[in-house]
Design a protein around this ligand. Structure first.
Ligand code: COA
Length: 178
C-alpha cells in the first residue's frame, strides 16, 4: 500500500454536533439521486434525531434492528474544513447468510469529493476500527461493474474470492486480512 497519499480525513462517530454537516451530506446525495450506501439508511429517516437513535441502537447485538448485524457507523471528516466527505459502516457478528452478499463494510463518498483518494483512505481507517472490534478478516462485496469500489478495496489489499449472481447482477466477494 505504498501508493497511499496521506489524506486529510479522520473518522468519528456521528453525534449531535455534526447535525448540520450530516444533513448537508445527505442533501447532496438526495439532489443527485445517488444511493447512500453504508449510512444506516440516512435517506429514509424522518429526522436527524431518529437516524442518530438508529445508529446508536444498531451498534449492539442487544438492540440492533431485527434481521441486521450490529454495526458501527463512522463519518469521515476533513480536518482542514470540517466537511463530511464520506460515511462508512463496519458490521460484526454476521449471520451465515450475510456472508453471501452483504459483507462487513459499506461506504460512500459524497459526489463532489470523488476520485480524490478519499474512499481508499476512509476504508484504511475503517479497517483499523474493524480490528478493534475483534475482526481478523473482513468480507467486502460490490457489484462487478462498480469499478471505483472494487479499486478502493484492492488498494486496501482485498483479494477476490468469487463472483456470484445476485438480484440480476454479479456480486464480487473480496476478503481483506487484518
Ligand atoms: C465507490 C466510491 C466509494 C469511490 O470513492 P472515491 O473517493 O472516488 O474513491 P478513490 O478516490 O479512493 O478511488 C479509488 C480507486 O478507484 C478509482 N475510481 C474511483 N471511482 C472510479 C470510477 N467511477 N471509475 C473508475 N475508477 C474509479 C480511482 O481512480 C482509484 O484508483 P487509482 O488509485 O488506481 O487511480 C464512490 O464512487 C461512491 O461513493 N460510490 C457510490 C457508493 C458505492 O458504490 N459504494 C460502495 C458500495 S459496494
Amino acid at each position: 500500500m505504498s501508493d497511499f497519499v496521506e489524506m486529510d480525513i479522520y473518522l468519528d462517530q456521528p453525534s449531535e454536533k455534526y447535525r448540520e454537516k450530516i444533513e448537508d451530506f445527505k442533501e447532496e446525495f438526495i439532489r443527485s439521486g445517488d444511493i447512500l450506501y453504508g449510512t444506516e439508511r440516512l435517506q429514509d429517516s424522518d429526522s436527524f434525531e431518529q437516524w442518530l437513535e438508529r445508529v446508536r441502537k444498531n451498534r449492539y447485538q442487544e438492540t440492533v434492528e431485527e434481521g441486521k448485524p450490529p454495526s458501527y457507523e463512522f463519518i469521515a471528516v476533513r480536518k482542514s474544513d470540517g466537511k463530511i466527505i464520506g460515511m462508512i459502516n463496519v458490521r460484526y457478528n454476521l449471520k451465515e447468510e450475510m456472508y453471501k452478499y452483504l459483507g462487513h463494510i459499506g461506504y460512500c463518498i459524497r459526489i463532489s469529493e470523488r476520485k480524490k483518494g478519499y474512499a481508499s483512505e476512509m476504508l484504511r481507517l475503517a479497517l483499523i476500527e474493524a480490528k478493534k472490534l475483534g475482526l481478523n478478516e473482513v468480507l467486502l462485496t460490490c457489484d462487478s461493474d462498480n469499478i471505483g469500489s472494487s479499486a478502493t478495496m484492492k488498494k486496501n489489499g482485498a483479494v477476490l474470492e468469487n463472483e456470484v449472481p445476485y438480484q440480476g447482477k454479479i456480486t464480487q466477494r473480496y476478503w481483506i486480512y487484518l
